[in-house]
Design a protein around this ligand. Sequence first.
Ligand SMILES: [Zn+2]
Length: 268
Amino acid sequence: MRYIDPHMHMVSRTTDDYQRMALAGCVALTEPAFWAGFDRSSAQGFFDYFRQLTEYEPKRAAQYGIKHYTWLCINPKEAEDPVFAKEVIALIPQFLNQPNVLGIGEIGLNKNSRNEMTILEAQIDLAAKHSQLILVHTPHLEDKLKGTRLIMDAIAAHGRIEPGRVLIDHVEEHTVKPVLDRGYWAGMTLYPDTKCTPQRAADIFETYGNERMWINSAGDWGSSDPLAVPKCHQELLRRGHPAAFVEQVSFGNPVKFLSQSPRFKPPA
Ligand SMILES: [Zn+2]
């Protein structure tokens, strides 16, 4: 079954992963800018990273027939120094017209600190100024519910961001409902041991339906499974959900959300 994995960090993955994903039916993916497993020592490090995301990675993906899109930002893990973070934010506008850039992301909170919030607000404003979609990272573990609420409040307080143009990622059982209730899209990140497993994601779909929701594998620099999305499809089909249900989760919904960016071209 063809599918889109809307959240992967392919700069940390091998060409074998691209090949296996293509074999499993992946036709497009989107790669948010994030922590790369280490703190970068200068804004120039981000400049090079943004070039990698907009110039090099799309070519690597194309070799396997996968369309590569990206989101740009400074992530909350490296946003504790506001002067440094603002230097990085100043680099972003020059990349926003690159053909594979869909918006600002993954922005959000990690430890829910004051400095993280300042930089989150600056990047919400950047997205508003340039009419960009937003992809949101929510904190993990005990900070998740509080952080998710703080992020939604910050977006609402800005006043010029339409919730339907924001996807809030890494939702879990206790955060999916508040996210959907406030009009945002919700993403579930499937991990082998932490966050959502394919089974938990299937349970969440059975509780809340599949409108304004997608699933992703996060495939990154740590323990993660680039084939988590097709594994969740198998779980949904095994439970008797029709193929059209699965197709909506991993193709129809991503196409609908991402098509709000003029740079997204739905796969034929
Ligand atoms: Zn991520």
